[in-house]
Design a binder for this molecule. Structure first.
Ligand code: AMP
Length: 118
């Protein structure tokens, strides 16, 4: 079985594991983090299995702008985010990454502490 077959975020994309979806298009999915670290804590992921930011190829770099475009859209549309938010990627073991499918944490809805892991 490949890493992609075992990936929990791929299973969320495929609907095999339930999630609270906030936004979806053909490239990106946004859902609520199961263990929220802020009043609003969303995960923005590409629909393609890319393990970490370091694995993003030149060809797939557009996923990064897609993710930022969706973060900006949510920042505009969600009233809880009108005073700002944090967009954060934990990359690799030392970065604290636990799920090896590229994802950005979008956190807000309150004044966040300056130091926060995720
Ligand atoms: P990271 O440490 O950056 O890899 O973050 C992984 C995040 O995925 C954590 O904040 C987890 O709470 C979250 N997470 C893990 N499993 C699920 C799931 N089934 N649904 C939603 N969020 C999840």
């Amino acid at each position: 079985m490949s890493a992609q077959d075992q990936c929990i975020f791929c299973k969320i994309i495929d609907g095999e594991i339930p999630s609270k979806k906030v936004y979806e298009d053909d490239r990106v999915l946004v859902f609520h983090d199961i263990n929220p670290q802020a009043k609003v804590h969303l995960l923005i992921i590409p629909k393609k299995h890319i393990p970490t930011l370091m694995d993003v190829t030149e060809e797939d770099m557009t996923y990064i702008s897609d993710i930022h475009r969706v973060a900006q859209k949510l920042g505009n549309e969600m009233a809880e985010l009108d005073k700002g938010f944090r967009l954060l990627n934990n990359c690799g073991e030392n970065g604290g990454q636990e799920v090896f499918h590229l994802h950005y944490h979008l956190m807000g809805g309150e004044k966040l502490p300056v130091k926060v892991k995720k």
